[in-house]
Design a protein around this ligand. Structure first.
Ligand SMILES: Nc1nc2c(ncn2[C@@H]2O[C@H](COP(=O)(O)OP(=O)(O)OP(=O)(O)O)[C@@H](O)[C@H]2O)c(=O)[nH]1
Ligand SMILES: [Mg+2]
Length: 296
């Protein structure tokens, strides 16, 4: 009996939602960094197995305390992902409940689908028995259907979760062919790999003040030529991204090219430009122009 259905993955930033999805899909469909607010869009990630197909919707971490238009877009994007899905995974980090988790949980108030509680990063907890008390506290807040303790980055405890997910999916043929991993176009995946390198390299507000746009993508058979713009909010940030004698930008270019070559399986010629669009992250019109569009 083949199963296929949608599973939304919800939680505050940095709890390991994208790591979990990548682990199950077996490829880096969604970028991962140690910084909160890495994921900015809904991303469909497709895991195909003998049992059928799990259509994961990765979402931005729901958060409080940031007031820019981009933050509102991200919270809205995550909150709407719970509508019309077959199952929801609510991901928390072991023993780290705070007001952002509270806000993420409130997005589930009116959802109709069953919700599994995923307690991630259990590798960081020495006394495993403390997790039982933690889960007990969380069950008092919401009527979760089941709880799973796991480590997404180590891939521990993930198998039982996969088997359980299939129990909740409707009987159906697969919606996508086996080799499909995401609904996002290659250009988007490329821009995300560049943004991942930028998020890894820069700190404080800079990772949150930049966005990446792939302007052109020309596949010439054995080599792909890619031109991409890194948009920042202020001229000083442009200088930071470029670095002394262009050193930072060169490093980002080399690292991103390697990742993109892995993704495409061919040689890549990557050209990066840094440009300023004043306060783009707090301007609804500019957000839309830069690809942050409500899709529902
Ligand atoms: N120790 C440990 N770290 C983990 C685990 N899962 C994820 N991480 C790390 O947690 C950080 C955040 O992971 P992400 O997958 O980007 O988290 P996310 O929930 O998608 O974050 P946002 O996209 O910002 O909402 C990364 O540094 C991961 O390597 C885990 O099981 N154990
Ligand atoms: Mg993420």
């Amino acid at each position: 009996m083949n199963k296929c259905g949608y599973v939304a993955v919800i939680g505050k930033p940095n709890v390991g939602k994208s790591t979990l999805i990548n682990n199950i899909v077996g490829e880096k469909v969604s970028i991962v960094t140690a910084k909160p607010q890495t994921t900015r869009h809904q991303i469909l990630a497709i895991a195909t197995s003998e049992q059928g197909q799990i259509l994961f919707i990765d979402t931005p971490g729901i958060h409080t305390g940031h007031k820019k238009a981009l933050n509102k877009f991200m919270n809205r994007t995550a909150s709407t992902a719970v509508n019309d899905v077959d199952l929801i995974l609510f991901v928390v980090e072991s023993l780290k409940w705070n007001k952002d988790d509270e806000k993420a949980l409130s997005a589930l108030k009116h959802c109709k689908a069953p919700v599994l509680l995923i307690i991630n990063k259990d590798d960081l907890v020495k006394k495993k028995e403390t997790l039982l008390a933690y889960a007990h506290e969380l069950f008092a807040k919401f009527n979760f259907t089941e709880v799973f303790y796991l480590s997404a980055s180590k891939g521990k405890g993930v198998e039982p979760l996969i088997n359980s997910i299939y129990q909740y999916l409707p009987q159906s043929e697969n919606y996508f062919s086996d080799d499909f991993l995401t609904d996002k176009p290659t250009k988007y995946l490329v821009s995300e790999l560049i943004r991942e390198q930028l998020m890894l390299r820069f700190h404080q507000e800079l990772p949150y003040s930049l966005t990446v746009e792939v302007e052109s993508f020309k596949d010439q058979g054995n080599i792909v030529h890619i031109h991409s713009v890194i948009w920042v909010e202020r001229p000083i940030q442009k200088n930071m991204v470029i670095g002394k004698q262009g050193a930072s930008l060169k490093h980002v270019g080399i690292q991103s090219r390697k990742e993109i070559e892995d993704l495409l399986g061919k040689k890549v010629n990557l050209k990066l430009w840094v440009k300023v669009k004043s306060a783009w992250a707090d301007n609804d019109k500019l957000l839309q122009q830069l690809g942050y569009k409500d899709e529902y």
